[in-house]
Design a protein around this ligand. Sequence first.
Ligand SMILES: C[S@@+](CC[C@H](N)C(=O)[O-])C[C@H]1O[C@@H](n2cnc3c(N)ncnc32)[C@H](O)[C@@H]1O
Length: 485
Amino acid sequence: MEALLRWAAELGVSDSPSAPSPSSCLGRSLVIADFPDAGGRGLAAARNIRRGELVLRVPRAALLTSDRVMADDPNFASSVANYLPRLSSVQTLIICLLAEVVRGKSSNWYLYLSQLPTYYTLLATFNDFETEALQVDEAIWVAQKVLRGIRSDWEEATPLMKELGFKPKLLMFKSWIWAFATVSSRTLHIAWDDAGCLCPIGDLFNYAAPDDDNSLADEDTDDMMHQQTNKLLDQPDFDSSERLTDGGYENVDEYCLYARKRYRKGEQVLLAYGAYTNLELLEHYGFLLGENPNEKIYIPLDLNLCTIGTWPRDSLYILPNGHPSFALSCALRLWTTPTNRRKALGHQIYSGSLLSVENELGIMKWLVKKCEETLQQLPTTAEYDGNLLIFLHKLRNSTNCRIDVDQSIFEQELAVFFRFHGFELDCSIHSKLPVRLLRSLEKWELAVQWRCSYKRTLTKCIVYCKSLVHELLLQQNQQSLKDSS
Ligand SMILES: C[S@@+](CC[C@H](N)C(=O)[O-])C[C@H]1O[C@@H](n2cnc3c(N)ncnc32)[C@H](O)[C@@H]1O
């Protein structure tokens, strides 16, 4: 890692507005640190950092982009050019990345490439066992669709990779998936290439969901104080009102990354890659958040409910607190309104107003029934999944897996898991599981974590709807008492 930091400094990567020290590009604003519960390797604040401050600059010369790789090697570029109309920008960047891997020590990015993860946990890397463990049809369908897409991209790109003389190992689908996962989970946006760029050091930021509007409000007073102090001291101001994004490629020909909030020394500095649901995080980045403010839970809905209004299907979901989304509530109100009344009530419905106590009671009861049916159709409960998660976590860290497996209540699941991997846990095994099984356990754990959170949200929805039914019935009773007196 030290060699990488030195190489990056030589190229002008710097965590401060001034030039980096020759020995490391970090140390003034950021340091590399380990955050076992929030992304593993990441970047910590080397000092107190204010919101809006520039924390990292990465010049274009350090970015691994398709155009740069091709500009460096005209022969490679002309071979790729023959295939270009048929290749997507992501396929092209994957091929460029693999070509740099082929170059080994002679690649400009050798030190960067040697620090990349050797394996990933994105949905595309899930085997059939891990995919099945998601249990929910929609999630299984997404995983299968993603894998089909990547396989077809690889098949299309294989003739070019053969022509380029890639070694058999790099022609394998496994290598393509590794490169795909690298591109999917590590690229930053650039305006001139949809595939983005691989940004050494800049891709060490772990993720925080972009929901911090409230925390920003809390910090506003503080930042105003700072700005006033700066004015008094005649120091330059960071225009924090305009610096609410994490960063981007700027006119000065470098990638600039800014702090979205205030950080104390030692705290992990995080980047919001975008607003993703947990399934999308798993698909694009290979992890999920325990608390995800952007989570959306989709339940199976009748086709005529999905198409009844102008609300797109992806707006009809349950929020992490169990409430139906605005669009789902509206769609249900319209759906439960008799056809001949829909036009007259349309205005009220689209504005989100309740129609009547009876209508609201009807849709709440319908939602309860739908969530209960959905939960019943799944093979395990959230409580069971919660216990399985504890066990899988223990097994991954166990130094005597034989005893742990023997003492567990999940014998059947484990038997299926071991059989899938053609592995026999005989009496002689008293140590850790082999690496390939530990990696599979990690992905199994992610799948169980996802489905458990799905079920918990549906349970919250049931509780929410039932409490609303209770409240509406009370109101209805009070009204009829009033009316009769
Ligand atoms: C851009 S890289 C960040 C640096 C990465 N941790 C490393 O060691 O190279 C993105 C990857 O970091 C991990 N990651 C980022 N944020 C995370 C989070 N909040 N929780 C868990 N894993 C996270 C995921 O594996 C993701 O694909």
